[in-house]
Write a protein that binds this ligand. Structure first.
Ligand code: PEP
Length: 252
């Protein structure tokens, strides 16, 4: 575990203004855990209000367009996220890759656009169940990193990687600790190869069915620097239990 664990909730396409109460509760409690970086990525519609009302946490976008502006109906650019109060952006989530046809080159352009706008970036990578069964998980993730990792000057300092096996997202299934450690070590090796010393300090989060019951064990796994949490981030109680688990590990 890194000196500063990073625990980020991804609300996906969930949440109306009524759910800001959960975010405010998370913010109030997060102030009790100054050693943890706590983030939430709500839908675009809640970004500005959440950033305004919950200053104790970092608020981010779930995606951004690769261009700063223009005729792209329905899209949101990285400078717009900054204007709304975002401080980071998730790129390359498997749901974007699957449902919006985003390939590695597109994900890399989005990551560079987010960095250029001054945002931190959480770059998601992960293999399918079939790729893991075929023994191709590490090769798949290495290829995703080679194709989608931003390379611009200073990128490493504002980058985090989320290793999210697609078969573990929303399924209640998680890889073994040994599988996670092996994958995070392989990711670290690619990060150092591509970013030198800066790559050694990039936080590598685990994502996929993290919940209050398994958070301590997953976060204590070697080479895990935090978590990207989907379903369990939708209630303050369950998300804060995960933040508390991270705090217990750094306090131990
Ligand atoms: C995710 O989609 O980023 C995720 C980790 O979801 P869940 O925690 O619900 O598996």
């Amino acid at each position: 575990m890194t000196a500063r664990p990073y625990i980020v909730g991804n609300w996906k396409m969930n949440g109306t203004r009524a759910m800001l109460a959960e975010a405010r509760a998370i913010g109030r409690a997060a102030a009790r855990f100054p050693g943890i970086d706590v983030g939430l990525a709500p839908p675009f519609t809640l970004l500005h209000a959440m950033a305004d009302e919950v200053p104790e946490i970092v608020v981010g976008g779930q995606d951004c367009h690769a261009s700063a502006g223009g005729a792209f109906t329905g899209d949101v650019s990285a400078p717009m996220l900054v204007d709304a109060g975002a401080r980071f952006c998730i790129v390359g989530h498997s749901e974007r890759r699957e449902f919006h046809g985003e390939d590695d080159a597109m994900v890399r352009r989005k990551a560079e656009a987010a960095l250029a706008a001054g945002l931190g970036v959480i770059l998601c990578v992960g293999e399918t169940g079939a790729e893991r069964d075929a023994g191709a998980a590490e090769a798949r993730v290495a290829a995703q990193l080679d194709g989608s990792l931003p390379r611009s000057e200073g990128a490493a300092a504002r980058l985090a990687i989320a290793y999210e096996p697609i078969w573990a997202i929303g399924t209640g299934r998680v890889p073994s600790g040994a599988e996670i450690t092996a994958m995070h070590r392989a990711i670290r090796a690619r990060l150092v190869a591509l970013h030198g010393e800066g790559g050694a300090a990039i936080r590598i989060l685990y994502g996929g069915s993290v919940n209050p019951a398994n958070a301590s064990e997953l976060l204590a796994t070697d080479e895990v620097d935090g978590a990207l949490v989907g379903g369990a981030s939708l209630s303050a109680d369950s998300f804060l239990a995960i933040v508390g688990a991270a705090n217990g590990l750094i306090a131990a």
